[in-house]
Design a protein around this ligand. Structure first.
Ligand SMILES: NC(=O)c1ccc[n+]([C@@H]2O[C@H](COP(=O)([O-])OP(=O)(O)OC[C@H]3O[C@@H](n4cnc5c(N)ncnc54)[C@H](O)[C@@H]3O)[C@@H](O)[C@H]2O)c1
Length: 379
């Protein structure tokens, strides 16, 4: 049975009401057996009213028992478990005892992060780092097979954190809304969304079809708007119920968002536009303690976009004779590397460091953080 969509406007608040110094995980099951619940709460009426009722119930339970409740029955919606980790909430909901599983400790512990386009490339790399650093990750991707496989692979070595795959098409608003709903049901909310999914179809004015232009714009530009639109509701609800807590919307932009790109205008145009969105969202959301920033990486030569042996840009550029005198893929790669003062392409860890800077910083928003090895320098 599907859980009522109303949960999106309630559970992120409850997650924060029940978080003390550490932010917790909350998961709802469609179960209506309330026998294991510590408290029961009415859910009829508008969400703010339900939240007020929940606050009162929680305060009463705490003053009577000297601790916070962990299992809450939301009448007609389902049973919610709230604990410090994804592992613990699963134990609580299945009435299993919590064993001494190794606790995930690291730079991302206590964070739940959605990464769109997280099944491979930069997104896949960010997923791996955040997971290994103790965070819960939602791999949100169009590629179901790859995403499922990746989540299963990570979970084999999970400590108390968890990787989930949720299928999404970021160019479809209903699909993005569903991603947010499913994330809330699984984790109670999230702390960071990384809008990373992106596509590239290069071509000059003669080659670019209106259809290809539209498709790139929908994924790279409009998709970022959909992510910010549906994520911000949850993030604002969380910050409203936890003083001093900050959340993040991060867009993976590109050096092509900072400087025009020859015969690649559909991509560069969408990325330039993305920075306009970032600055504007940042102004709107900073009063609610939601930071919005972009990261502008240089070329990721080791990723599939460039290095795929069949469709990668190195093969394409070699076959198209784009680099004068180049006889092999290595020649093409050397040509592009020579344009970077750092002498190499951008890697996942370079982007990860920028993402951590953004998350940990409480006094910056609306920025485009370049990670280009010196290839693009800000004025
Ligand atoms: N590769 C580079 O050199 C480079 C450089 C700078 C910035 N970037 C940016 O980094 C981001 C990731 O690029 P990458 O090279 O790692 O890409 P990639 O092609 O390796 O991976 C992209 C992922 O996004 C998914 N995806 C595609 N369309 C989607 C959609 N509509 N909805 C949901 N998921 C979708 C794909 O299935 C894939 O898993 C993009 O925003 C890109 O513009 C890439």
């Amino acid at each position: 049975m599907a859980i009522d969509k109303k949960i999106v406007s309630i559970l992120p608040a409850l997650r924060m009401i029940l978080s003390e110094d550490k932010v917790k995980v909350a998961k709802i099951s469609a179960d209506t057996d309330s026998s294991i619940a510590h408290i029961e709460a009415a859910t009829d009426g508008e969400a703010p009213l339900v939240i007020e009722g929940l606050k009162k119930e929680v305060a009463q339970y705490k003053s009577k028992n000297g601790k916070l409740p962990q299992i809450i029955y939301l009448k007609g919606l389902g049973v919610v478990a709230v604990a410090e980790s994804a592992y613990e909430v699963d134990c609580l909901l299945s009435e299993k005892s919590v064993d001494n599983k190794k606790v995930s400790i690291g730079r991302a512990s206590g964070k739940t992060v959605i990464i769109t386009g997280g099944a491979q490339g930069f997104g896949g790399g960010l997923v791996e780092h955040i997971f290994n650093d103790g965070g819960n990750v939602v791999i949100a991707d169009l590629n179901e097979e790859k995403g499922q496989e990746y989540a299963a692979k990570l979970n084999k070595h999970a400590k108390t954190n968890k990787a989930s795959f949720i299928k999404v098409d970021v160019s479809n608003p209903d699909s993005v809304q569903e991603l947010i709903y499913k994330t809330v049901c699984e984790f109670g909310g999230f702390d960071v969304i990384i809008s990373n999914a992106g596509i590239l179809r290069a071509g000059g004015l003669d080659e670019m079809t209106p259809e290809a232009f539209e498709l790139m714009t929908k994924v790279n530009y409009t998709g970022y708007f959909y992510c910010a639109k549906y994520a911000s509701g949850v993030l604002k609800l969380q910050t409203a119920h936890k003083p001093g807590y900050f959340a993040d919307i991060i867009q993976i932009n590109s050096k092509s968002g900072l400087k025009g790109s020859n015969r690649n205008f559909a991509y560069a145009g969408g990325k330039f536009g993305g920075l306009g969105l970032t600055q504007s969202f940042a102004m709107e959301l900073m009063p609610s303690r939601v930071k919005v920033n972009s990261v502008c990486p240089g070329n990721f030569f080791d990723g599939p976009l460039w290095s795929d042996p069949e469709k990668g840009l190195f093969v394409q550029y070699l076959n198209a004779g784009k680099v004068k005198g180049a006889k092999s893929i290595d020649d093409v790669k050397a040509f592009y590397e020579a344009q970077v003062p750092a002498g190499r392409g951008c890697t996942v860890i370079d982007v990860m460091r920028a993402v951590y800077y953004i998350i940990e910083q409480e006094y910056e928003t609306g920025q485009a953080v370049p990670v280009t090895g010196g290839q693009e320098m800000l004025n």
